[in-house]
Design a protein around this ligand. Structure first.
Ligand SMILES: Cc1ncc(COP(=O)(O)O)c(C=O)c1O
Length: 369
């Protein structure tokens, strides 16, 4: 049997007729940039996330960068974030001209440890970027409290967490802005790159919508330096078809996750630590990530037996060569460093079959036998 990390083909087959019709409508209308499809998606994603405004942008990385710029973050400023994330989180800080300041993670949730944030604050700190990694919200109440106390902006990196909830609140209504990615493999994936920022702050929404069009308002008059970073109509048309299915897909992901957890805890609890959904969270399981001993050997064994798996992420951000000049060294963030050696994400997508999950577990059992 072969089990891929994710398989988008079944989903496409079920939506093909609608998708082709919607793409044809866009192309026949010749309205490709910031038209009615982007507007509809902005309204729907904002309202789904309990936010007032949506700003469609070219990708999740730009969503972070544009958010930071709109919050006034620039050269000389520091932005605190987790060292255990995809590169884009820290890349956006550096691209805004600011300095990333890293913090270690909570070993259970893989998310930034709020207890370590305050000691990282200096006079130059302007913002915090919590990342809702793998689809589970970071512990936001203490983060929002620290931000309020020190007058810092909070930009949520929710690239992996559309639809997630924290204590009854949606990811999207927590920080000043929340950034989503529509990269094809994400829970709500386009057929190319795409992203969105949501916010309930009218001033930030206005600034971000100006920054995405070269800082132009009115057209051809430029008071700020912006970029060309827009979600396009073709991608928005696809996403408008997929969006109504998102909640049902999240539920299916949660069912698959519960199934993995049950099987792993029954058969492999000595060797594998299963991911834990914290109390009062709604985890949308963008990834199902275990901690496991002999991770690299297990990954190789899975591969030899037809099972895909991924290491998100093998190198914490403070040890990335591009950030060498920040002066971090091995040992600075022991929990993230240990996690980078133990984390393994197993196949996860709404259409994953019971037999496939059982096969994955069988192969892991064989490895440890
Ligand atoms: C945590 C995180 N932040 C940011 C991004 C960047 O999103 P994008 O690939 O749409 O630029 C991603 C996804 O790739 C991500 O996983």
């Amino acid at each position: 049997m072969k089990v891929p990390m994710l398989d988008l083909s079944e989903q496409y087959q079920s939506l093909k007729a609608e998708v082709i019709k919607a793409l044809d409508e866009v192309m026949s209308s010749s309205s490709f940039i910031l038209g009615k499809n982007v507007k509809k998606l902005e309204q729907d994603v904002a309202s789904f996330s309990n936010a007032s405004y949506g700003v469609g942008v070219a990708n999740g990385s730009d969503a972070l960068h544009i958010s930071l710029q709109a919050c006034g973050v620039g050269p000389g400023d520091e932005v605190i974030t987790t060292t255990f994330s995809f590169f884009a989180t820290a890349g956006a800080i550096a691209r805004a001209g600011a300095k990333p300041v890293f913090v270690d993670i909570d070993p259970v949730t893989f998310n930034i440890d709020p207890k370590q944030i305050e000691q990282a604050i200096t006079n130059n700190t302007k913002a915090i970027i919590p990342v809702h990694l793998y689809g589970q919200a970071a512990d936001m109440d203490p983060i929002l409290e620290i931000a309020k106390k020190h007058q810092l902006h909070v930009v949520d990196d929710a690239a992996q967490a559309i639809g997630a909830e924290y204590k009854g609140r949606k990811v999207g209504e927590l920080g000043d802005t929340t950034c989503f990615s529509f990269f094809p493999t994400k829970n709500l994936g386009a057929y190319g790159d795409g992203g969105m920022i949501v916010t309930s702050d009218a001033e930030l929404a206005e600034k971000m919508s100006i920054i995405r069009v070269h800082g132009s308002k009115p057209k051809y008059y430029h008071h700020v330096l912006g970029y060309n970073s827009r979600l396009d109509e073709l991608q928005a048309a696809v996403l408008n078809i997929k969006f109504p299915l998102l909640s049902q897909w999240s539920e299916l992901r949660r069912e698959k996750a519960a199934n993995y957890t049950r099987l792993l805890n029954e058969k492999l609890s000595e060797h594998v630590v299963t991911p834990k959904e914290e109390e009062n969270r709604y985890h949308v399981f963008h990834q199902y990530t275990i901690r496991v001993e002999k991770r690299d050997e297990l990954q190789q064994f899975l591969k030899e037996n037809g099972v895909a798996s991924m290491v998100y992420y093998p190198v914490p951000l403070h040890l990335q060569p591009v950030f060498a000049e920040l002066g971090y060294k091995e040992g600075d963030f022991p929990i993230a460093e240990k996690t980078a050696k133990e984390a393994l994400s197993l196949p996860m997508f709404p259409e994953l079959k019971q037999e496939q999950q059982e096969y994955v577990i069988d192969v892991i059992e064989k490895f440890f036998a």
